[in-house]
Design a protein around this ligand. Structure first.
Ligand SMILES: [Zn+2]
Length: 266
């Protein structure tokens, strides 16, 4: 999938393509997407768009540069490997820094790709900070993560952040469940019907929180489409209160039942 068609965040992707074409790239990016597979695919498309000599800003998938990137053997792209089971060590970052000091072999840029960048320990992130503060000329560092909030503030502040807006499989499943549940709420069905869905979908504390999060997102989307509707706001508050009750230790089934009846269920 070419860079221009990547993910759901069209504005960010267009901005990135323009920066490549106008030679205004930043030296470091934080790229967020739930699944590693999507993040790596993005990194490759990005590298092609930057390094391809045929179609700058897009990548052609045919030239030697694009083909090398597709086959993971481009000399100027460094995928950092985790040397510890628990994540990247300081020496991983140090080695990367040494590689980035070398002049690029074929083009004018070295690109470092660090997936699960939140698995760099604090010492490593501080070492990385030096690279971000005084980047080697031409270097681009891609920090790929499922959640940028797990990175140090000092690291975040030196990078351009982009969320690709691609849901992972678990989020897709959560959304589908929430849509079924909201359908019951909208129809104001009897509680025993609602309870059947809840007993099917909510088996653990995490299931309950995930379902409430998704229900809240649906009402927030409705609020954007239909700003006059005060009931969406009340429903959002109700869901937030229910989540707080469960977090504080209230029985999740009782909390969700109370919420359903307040949402208008019978
Ligand atoms: Zn190409």
């Amino acid at each position: 999938m070419p860079l221009e068609k990547f993910g759901n965040n069209k504005a960010a992707i267009n901005g990135l393509t323009n920066s490549i074409i106008n030679n205004k790239l930043n030296h470091a990016y934080i790229i967020e997407a739930e699944e590693s597979r999507d993040r790596i695919r993005f990194a490759k498309e990005f590298a092609k768009a930057v390094l391809c000599q045929e179609k700058r800003g897009l990548g052609c998938d045919k030239c030697i540069t694009c083909r090398k990137i597709n086959h993971d053997n481009h000399e100027d792209i460094f995928y950092l490997e985790q040397s510890n089971k628990t994540g990247y060590s300081v020496s991983d970052i140090r080695e990367l820094s040494e590689k980035l000091m070398l002049l690029p072999t074929t083009g004018d840029r070295n690109i470092a790709v660090i997936d699960d960048a939140d698995r760099i320990n604090t010492f490593g992130q501080n070492k990385l900070l030096k690279l971000l503060e005084e980047p080697h000329p031409g270097t681009i560092i891609l920090l790929l993560t499922a959640n940028r909030e797990n990175l140090l503030e000092t690291v975040k502040s030196r990078c351009v952040s982009m969320n690709l807006g691609i849901d992972g499989e678990s989020t897709k499943r959560q959304k589908e469940k929430a849509l079924e549940v909201i359908n019951i709420i909208d129809k104001k069905e009897y509680y025993h019907i609602f309870r059947e869905y809840i007993s099917k979908y909510v088996k653990t504390y995490d299931d309950a929180i995930a379902l409430l999060n998704e229900l809240e997102k649906i009402y927030r989307d409705r609020l954007v489409e239909d700003t006059e509707e005060a009931s969406h706001i009340l429903n959002i508050i109700l869901i937030e209160d229910t989540r707080t009750d469960i977090i504080k230790g209230m029985n999740r089934n009782s909390a969700i039942k109370k919420m359903y009846l307040k949402l208008g269920g019978k």
